[in-house]
Design a protein around this ligand. Structure first.
Ligand SMILES: Nc1ncnc2c1ncn2[C@@H]1O[C@H](COP(=O)(O)OP(=O)(O)O)[C@@H](O)[C@H]1O
Ligand code: SF4
Ligand SMILES: [Mg+2]
Length: 323
């Protein structure tokens, strides 16, 4: 399979404003992660709030500066050194869909204006008729009635607004879309509709999707492979089926055991793994394993050295001395 994105030792750090008589503090939001994304797949990225998912997403679409490491798009384009001008042309191929669809749409523009805006900006030679045809096609594709082209975002529900945001993201026919908590603000039934829509569009348009969520249920539904993040690091990267049936990492086990289940017998067993305590501060990450202060299997070795992700017999990537 062809790689569309190669992420190598990616770091996204934030320097906090210096307080008087105190040393400068650095937030290690993404702390040296390496993974590939393959053409046509959906890579799910999951982890607790604050583990660095949004910082990673924003760095991949040029909205947050990459501190160190490299990201190579389509085997030749280095994103970490791309200028604003280069990002403008990259955004024809890399698009993003964020959490709050209502906030993402300009309330003073009609749906037609919102969806056509990228076309007008990137293809100024297109005439009005061509643009209208492209917008109507896209509205049909995402399931918005073409009769609504002159209506405003405030006249639509959250789910419909997310469809409009998807239409705007896809109108330039990108190769890769990064979705950050794109269904988190929606009701359960609408969530399922939008996920199914993304899966359909992926097949039709040969899209690659990086889908970020804190919700393991949503990630299971949409992903081919899943990357589990903790405190800016990769804990585990595995195919969806392996991750949800026989994961290796104590953190993944804890996350999965915290997902509510209907069966009371399973319910009793799962409490053994439930996570205790909070995510440590990314300002002073542990010297050893980042999960060491919450891991039930921790020993002195885990506190002294940081395990690097290694390939297991089943092809997963796992960062744990005992996996
Ligand atoms: N612009 C910023 N300045 C300083 N710290 C930030 C900034 N953005 C995110 N952070 C911090 O980086 C860490 C990771 O945040 P984020 O990437 O939003 O995680 P997630 O999306 O997984 O909740 C958090 O500790 C957050 O407070
Ligand atoms: S390396 Fe040690 S502390 Fe870290 S996850 Fe594995 S067992 Fe737990
Ligand atoms: Mg986030």
């Amino acid at each position: 399979m062809k790689k569309i994105l190669e992420v190598k030792q990616l770091k996204v750090y934030f320097l906090l404003r210096r307080k008087i008589f105190k040393p400068a503090q650095v937030v290690h939001a993404v702390d040296g992660i390496t993974f590939d994304v393959y053409e046509g797949e959906t890579l799910g990225i999951v982890g607790e709030s604050g583990c660095g998912k949004t910082s990673l997403a924003r760095s991949l679409v040029g909205l947050t500066k990459i501190t160190a490491g490299s990201v190579i798009f389509r085997e030749h384009k280095h994103l970490e050194t791309a200028s604003d001008l280069e990002w403008r042309s990259l955004h024809r191929e890399i698009q993003f869909i964020f959490q709050d669809p209502v906030a993402a749409l300009n309330p003073r523009m009609t749906i037609g204006e919102i969806i056509s805006e990228p076309l007008k900006s990137y293809f100024p030679h297109m005439d009005k008729k061509e643009i209208t045809v492209a917008v109507l096609d896209m509205m049909q594709l995402v399931g918005i009635s073409t009769a609504d082209i002159n209506r405003y975002p405030s006249e639509f529900s959250g789910g419909q607004c997310q469809r409009i945001a998807i239409a705007r993201a896809l109108i330039l026919k990108p190769k890769l879309i990064v979705c950050d908590e794109s269904v988190s603000a929606l009701d359960v039934s609408i969530k399922a509709q939008i996920i199914n829509l993304l899966k359909d569009l992926q097949r039709q348009l040969n899209l690659t999707i990086i889908f970020i969520s804190h919700d393991l249920g949503v990630i299971k539904h949409i992903s081919n492979r899943v990357l589990v993040m903790y405190l800016g690091n990769i804990m585990e990267l595995a195919s969806r089926d392996i991750l949800y049936s026989k994961c290796h990492h104590p953190y993944t086990k804890a996350l999965l055991s915290a997902v509510p289940v209907a069966n009371p017998l399973v319910e009793r067993q799962r409490s053994l793994h439930i996570l205790k305590g909070d995510l440590p501060s990314p300002i002073n990450p542990p010297v050893g394993c980042v999960f060491s202060c919450r891991c039930p299997l921790v020993d002195d070795n885990c506190r002294a050295a940081r395990p690097q992700p290694l390939v297991t017999d089943d092809g997963s990537l796992v960062a744990c001395f005992k996996a």
